[in-house]
Ligand binder design. Structure first.
Ligand SMILES: Nc1ncnc2c1ncn2[C@@H]1O[C@H](COP(=O)(O)OP(=O)(O)OP(=O)(O)O)[C@@H](O)[C@H]1O
Length: 327
């Protein structure tokens, strides 16, 4: 594992990691990527590293810069400063060379409203350098099938639901085998069955060795589908690395079951122990205190302890900690 693959918590006050030659290791890479709109800093000096073969989930609250980063990766938005490298090629300079190897689903795919889903895909397929007149119909049929849109394929795009539009965008991204697939909120507008299918498609792509970069606000989706995570907050990349490593960085917790959760939390806080209510139990961060001490403190305060067990840190906790406002 290289330094860049380790879970890095990137703070403004910390020094940036030393750049290394990574074109063989990473399917996508940005260096000092920045985008400003007037006084709004949409993306602030992001060094993103997407390892070959990984499924990287880009997580972040609304407005944290995920879409802008993805658009710059794909050459759709020009950076204010910084560099983008996709599959070893600089973007936007060599976008024409590299983009046929990249499948993408980004906001607002420009489909024609009066053409059917199939006709729209045929138009997309005609622009694929690796497809020919004889292979296009089969590729379009396969892609429609893969996203579960075959039955609605000959209806006008105008009448599609948001979920069907998303599926068509996904089909366009999957028309030919890709080395890298970039999906911006692919489950947006999908029902639970559609969401499950996207999860299956991502797993299939991963199984075939395709690198996937997927943005999502659904932590459970990312936890279930991704091998790596990049967390954005207020335009900055605040952490990136393997999912397992990120979860471990959350630190141990103790969950205490008691009939008096509020009283217990108060008693612990009075003793400067970081405690909170979590799903009807007391949760304690075991960073500066150990479990016996917590239990002893509760007993001293007359709080009945029914059960105490180690809690697993979920992505939700880690995410909340990384993206909480310092203000
Ligand atoms: N074209 C634009 N003009 C002005 N400001 C923009 C533009 N595009 C994005 N922004 C601003 O940049 C910031 C980052 O937006 P971006 O869409 O990248 O975030 P996001 O993480 O994808 O959010 P969401 O999850 O809501 O889609 C926001 O403050 C947004 O208002």
């Amino acid at each position: 594992m290289t330094d860049a693959l380790r879970v890095d918590r990137v703070g403004a006050e910390e020094t940036a990691p030393t750049p290394v030659d990574t074109s063989d290791t990473f399917a996508a890479r940005t260096r000092g990527l920045r985008k400003t709109y007037g006084s709004t800093v949409a993306v602030a000096d992001v060094d993103l590293a997407v390892p070959h073969g990984a499924v990287v989930g880009v997580l972040g609250p609304n407005g944290s810069g995920k879409t802008t980063t993805i658009r710059m990766l794909l050459g759709l938005t020009r950076p204010t400063s910084g560099e983008v490298e996709l599959l070893g090629c600089e973007v936007p300079e060599h976008a024409d060379r590299v983009l046929p190897r990249v499948g993408a689903l980004v906001e607002g795919p420009g489909f024609h409203p009066f053409l059917s889903g199939r006709q729209n895909l045929l138009r997309c397929a005609a622009m694929e350098p690796h497809l020919t007149r004889s292979t296009i119909p089969g590729a379009v049929g396969d892609a429609l099938d893969r996203v579960g849109l075959s039955r609605a394929a000959d209806r006008r795009f105008r009448g599609y639901s948001l979920g069907m539009k998303q599926r068509l965008g996904l089909a366009a991204a999957l028309l030919v085998p890709r080395e890298l697939v970039v999906l911006d909120e692919p489950t947006n507008g999908l029902d639970p069955a559609g969401t499950k299918e996207v999860r299956r498609i991502i797993a299939e792509l991963h199984g075939a060795g395709t690198t996937v970069l997927v943005s999502s606000h659904l932590l459970s989706e990312v936890e279930a589908t991704c091998t790596h995570v990049a967390v954005m907050h207020q335009g900055s990349l605040v952490a990136q690395g393997e999912l397992a490593g990120l979860l471990e960085s959350g630190g141990p917790t103790l969950l205490v079951s008691t009939p008096d959760v509020d009283g217990g939390v108060e008693a612990l806080r009075d003793n400067r122990i970081a405690a909170s209510e979590h799903q009807g139990e007391i949760r304690v961060e075991l960073t500066d205190v150990d479990a016996p001490e917590v239990i002893a403190e509760l007993v001293r305060a007359g709080i009945g302890v029914h059960e105490a067990r180690r809690g697993r840190t979920g992505l939700e906790d880690v995410f909340a900690r990384l993206t909480e406002d310092e203000s």
